[in-house]
Design a binder for this molecule. Structure first.
Ligand code: PLI
Length: 462
């Protein structure tokens, strides 16, 4: 074979067949739009956004294979063919025999929290996720963060910042007793920590711990293929395994899992709960008819389930997941050239700008991350999301603001949607805002809803 003499680039493993026009507006227009939206990127109109990096949830481009499957939707009320095909793929790729579809991930979180938690329980997890923790709290549990300390430090380069600290788990069991811990809630990668994975070694240690104490272990497998990709890249012994093999091994240590299909599965809507436990399955199958619809559609159309089933087959393709993670990495490498602080190592689904460092003159009570997201939107029409004190909400017992160490703006990459030039435009905008950061002023609440306040809160400039 010829010796490699030049750097060889990777490229997207697809070509573009359908395009959706996007609109560039003026700075004055965006200033007005931001004010009208109460300086909350969730309240902005999508039409006013140029490059939408709010979320990778449901914003993915489906493949022609998925779209073709949509035409094969069996829209029967009961027993749709697409349901059985999806179930087969859940068994095949996640290794879970029992399965209940739901319209989104949070519907599955709702069910599993209600089924497993009794009031007064404690649920340890590797950092909170907004909807996950809320459902655990609404079911009567107290969430306890047992992620390793490194995860709370934005510049720490630990390769597996999603790992659980076994000593923290041990301490909790000693304090409250294993019988008051219905399950350990483990996500991978960890969204709020910056898209950081756990290692297989850590998962096995947690599994052994849970087995010893007879505590169940449940998996938020929403972006599990990204976690599998990082294990393949970073953990000894996995380089030659396929993404499908690593995913299957990861899942084998859990009692069950829930998934927001709007991420890994590259669809626009959908979720599910899957488990090895027949009793939990039977309860979920019964509960889904109250909240979602019959257990063979769970709030979804037959065509949605077909797109999900086909999405599972695509999500484990190496080229596909490599492109996804490497696109985020490309963005990080460009931002680093301007010395802009963001969470290290670069995560699987997003860049998380460190707003505490970037707007260090703005106190956390004046929402530096919310402010930074607003400034980026006003500069270029690029939309990101606050992941700091606003997202963290108030402690349900004290009513005080929870003050997370991480005060971040997430720039999230929808799968197969944007090109390298879109990323370059985003990077230049962030760099411009960074240059002018000292002039930026903070925000104050003018409306604060009770639950998941980041979605609907309104702000004004200080
Ligand atoms: O948005 P849902 O209800 O389909 O899924 C909730 C959910 C559960 N777990 C994790 C790790 C998520 O990231 C998640 C939703 N995430 C959103 C909407 C996001 O923008 O990250």
């Amino acid at each position: 074979m010829a010796k490699k003499v030049v750097k060889r680039s990777w490229a997207e493993p697809f070509k573009i067949k359908v395009v959706e026009p996007i609109k560039m507006t003026t700075r004055e227009y965006r200033e007005k739009a931001a004010k009208e939206a109460g300086y909350n990127t969730f309240l902005m109109k999508s039409e006013d956004v140029y490059i939408d990096l709010l979320t990778d949830s449901g914003t993915n481009a489906m493949s022609d294979y998925q779209w073709a499957g949509m035409m094969l939707g069996d829209e029967a009320y009961a027993g749709s063919r697409n349901f059985y095909y999806l179930w087969d793929n859940v068994k095949k790729y996640y290794g879970m025999p029992y399965f209940v579809p739901t319209h989104q991930g949070r519907a599955a979180e709702h069910m599993i929290s209600k089924i497993l938690i009794k009031p007064g329980d404690y649920v340890p997890g590797n950092m909170y996720f907004t909807t996950t923790r809320l459902h655990q709290e609404l079911a009567g549990a107290t969430f306890v963060d047992v992620i390793i300390d490194e995860a709370h430090e934005s510049s720490n380069e630990h390769p597996f910042k999603g790992n659980i600290d076994l000593k923290k788990l041990e301490k909790l069991v000693k304090e409250v007793g294993a019988k008051n811990i219905p399950y350990i809630s483990m996500a991978g990668p960890v969204n709020m920590a910056g898209g950081q994975p756990f290692s297989m070694k850590n998962l096995i240690d947690v599994y052994e711990f849970a087995k010893k104490h007879k505590i169940k272990l449940w998996f938020d497998a929403t972006r599990a293929t990204e976690n599998a990709f990082f294990i393949k890249e970073r953990e000894k012994g996995y380089a030659d395994k396929t993404i499908a093999q690593i995913l299957k091994e990861m899942c084998s240590y859990f009692d069950g899992l829930w998934v927001s299909a709007k991420k890994d599965l590259m669809v626009n809507i959908g979720g599910f709960l899957a488990t090895k436990n027949k009793k939990v399955y039977e309860e979920a199958r019964n509960m889904v008819v109250i909240y979602e619809g019959l257990h063979t559609y769970g709030g979804l159309a037959g065509r949605d389930m077909e797109a999900m089933a086909r999405g599972i087959e695509e999500m484990v393709e190496y080229e596909n997941i490599r492109m996804r993670v490497k696109q985020v990495e490309y963005a990080g490498i460009q931002l680093a050239k301007y010395k802009i602080p963001f969470v290290q190592p670069i995560g699987g689904h997003a860049i998380f700008l460190d707003a505490k460092k970037i707007l260090s003159h703005i106190p956390q009570e004046q929402f530096p991350a919310q402010t930074l997201a607003t400034e980026i939107f006003i500069d270029s029409g690029v939309r990101g999301m606050e992941r700091g004190i606003v997202s963290s909400g108030r402690d349900p017992k004290t009513g005080e603001n929870r003050k997370p160490k991480l005060e971040l703006v997430r720039l999230t990459f929808p799968r197969r949607v944007y090109t390298q030039s879109h990323i370059d435009v985003m990077v230049e905008s962030v760099a411009e805002v960074y240059e002018n950061r000292k002039k930026v002023k903070g925000l104050k609440f003018i409306y604060e809803p009770k639950y998941l306040r980041f979605f609907q809160a309104k702000f004004d400039r200080v």
